[in-house]
Write a protein that binds this ligand. Structure first.
Ligand code: OGA
Ligand code: NI
Length: 204
C-alpha cells in the first residue's frame, strides 16, 4: 500500500518526465465502488446532459466531435463518496502547490458517460478566451474493462518534433493527469458504457 504522498509524487514525476501522469488504484477498490454507485444513482435521476464543446456550433456537428453525457458535481450538494473524492483531489492540489508552486486555486469536475459508439475527437482542454485550466484530471470507473470495450484515451505526445501517440486503457481506479494547455488528446470510440470523473485544476 503506497501512501497518498507517494501517489502524488509518482504522478508529478511522471508528468515532468513524460508529459502526463498515471496512477493506478488512486482510490481504493471500495472508494471506486462507492463512486460507481453514486454515478449510477445520479444517472437514474436524469441529470446527465449532452456535453458541449467550447465554441458555438450546430448540435449535429457537435455530436460528430463529442458524444458523452455529463453531470457537473456541485460541491455543496455532494454525497459521502463524492466527499472522499474531493478531499483527495484537494490534498493533491495542496501537494502540487507546495512542491511545484503552481497556484492552483480551484477545481471543477463532472461525471462523464460515453455510451456504445461514442467518442471525443482530438482536442485540447483549454479555451481560447478563458485560460484557467492548469491540469486535466481523469478518474476512470470501468470495472472489468477489456480491450474489446474500446474507449482508450489517446494522448498525442511530441518527441523530437515527431508525434508519438500513446493509448491509455480506462480501467477502474486509474487516474490520469496532464497539463491542459499542452497536450492534444482523444477518446476512442467505446463499445460499452464508459464512465469517468473528469475535471480541471484551475488557477482562479
Ligand atoms: C475531456 C477528455 C478524456 C477521457 O473530457 O475533455 O478529454 O479519457 N476526457 O475521458
Ligand atoms: Ni479533453
Amino acid at each position: 500500500m503506497v501512501s497518498e504522498n507517494e501517489q502524488f509524487e509518482l504522478i508529478i514525476n511522471n508528468i515532468l518526465a513524460d508529459g502526463y501522469g498515471i496512477c493506478d488504484n488512486f482510490f481504493t477498490e471500495i472508494e471506486v465502488e462507492n463512486l460507481i454507485q453514486s454515478y449510477k444513482n445520479r444517472f437514474k435521476t436524469g441529470v446527465f446532459k449532452p456535453a458541449k464543446i467550447g465554441e458555438k456550433i450546430e448540435e449535429k456537428i457537435e455530436l460528430e466531435i463529442r458524444g458523452d453525457q455529463i453531470f457537473w458535481m456541485e460541491q455543496n450538494e455532494i454525497n459521502s463518496a463524492e466527499k472522499v473524492f474531493f478531499a483527495k483531489i484537494k490534498s493533491f492540489i495542496q501537494y502540487l502547490n507546495m512542491t511545484c508552486y503552481l497556484g492552483i486555486k480551484n477545481e471543477e469536475f463532472h461525471y462523464a458517460k460515453y455510451g456504445n459508439g461514442k467518442f471525443y475527437r482530438r482536442h485540447r482542454d483549454s479555451f481560447q478566451l478563458k485560460k484557467n485550466r492548469i491540469f486535466s484530471v481523469i478518474l476512470y470507473l470501468n470495472k472489468g474493462w477489456v480491450v474489446a470495450d474500446g474507449g482508450n484515451l489517446v494522448i498525442y505526445l511530441q518527441k523530437n518534433g515527431l508525434e508519438n501517440p500513446i493509448e491509455i486503457n480506462p480501467i477502474a481506479g486509474r487516474l490520469v493527469c496532464f497539463e491542459s494547455e499542452k497536450l492534444d488528446h482523444e477518446v476512442m470510440e467505446t463499445f460499452t458504457d464508459r464512465l469517468s470523473i473528469t475535471g480541471w485544476l484551475l488557477n482562479n
